[in-house]
Design a protein around this ligand. Structure first.
Ligand code: ATP
Ligand code: MG
Length: 137
């Protein structure tokens, strides 16, 4: 069993969709083993998305991720990292498969409702940025 890091982004909290997104997560067999609602600071968002620092959309991304509350989560299950990426759907909701979270709920490539780790190494780093071990149960 594996863990991945998830964020329900500000467009999800703003539209009162956290329960609906969590239902898709749980129906996919992923277990929510840690969860909290926070307002990310600019510094936290910049650290979190540091790999995208040079991308043209970086400023917009940090602005969006700090524009309202997010729900940070640790999800656990068999192949959780790949499975959650599948459940999320493509980054651009226009390309997302039927039944995925982004197809159901996302509004644009920027405001795309969820984040999920893309590798075991990043999952470890991202979980550690927001949770201490005793918060994951
Ligand atoms: P995430 O990392 O949030 O799970 P992802 O791995 O599918 O999404 P990345 O390529 O890592 O996509 O991009 C990170 C985030 O940056 C995207 O989820 C999206 O919010 C934003 N983003 C990516 N491409 C664009 C773009 N062309 N314009 C605006 N925002 C973008
Ligand atoms: Mg990514």
């Amino acid at each position: 069993t594996e863990q991945t890091f998830s964020i329900l982004k500000p467009d999800a909290t703003r539209r009162n969709l956290t329960g609906a997104v969590n239902a898709v997560i749980e129906e996919a067999g992923l277990r929510i083993v840690a969860q909290k609602r926070i307002l990310m600071t600019k510094a936290q968002a910049e650290t979190f998305y540091a790999v995208h620092r040079e991308r043209p959309f970086f400023g917009e991304l940090v602005e969006f991720m700090t524009s309202g509350p997010v729900v940070v989560q640790v999800l656990e299950g068999e192949n959780a990292i790949a499975k959650y990426r599948e459940v999320m759907g493509a980054t651009n909701p226009a390309n997302a498969a039927e039944g995925t979270i982004r197809k159901k709920f996302a509004q644009s490539v920027g405001e795309n409702t969820v984040h999920g780790s893309d590798s075991p190494e990043n999952a470890r780093i991202e979980i550690a940025q927001f949770f201490s071990g005793n918060e994951i149960v």
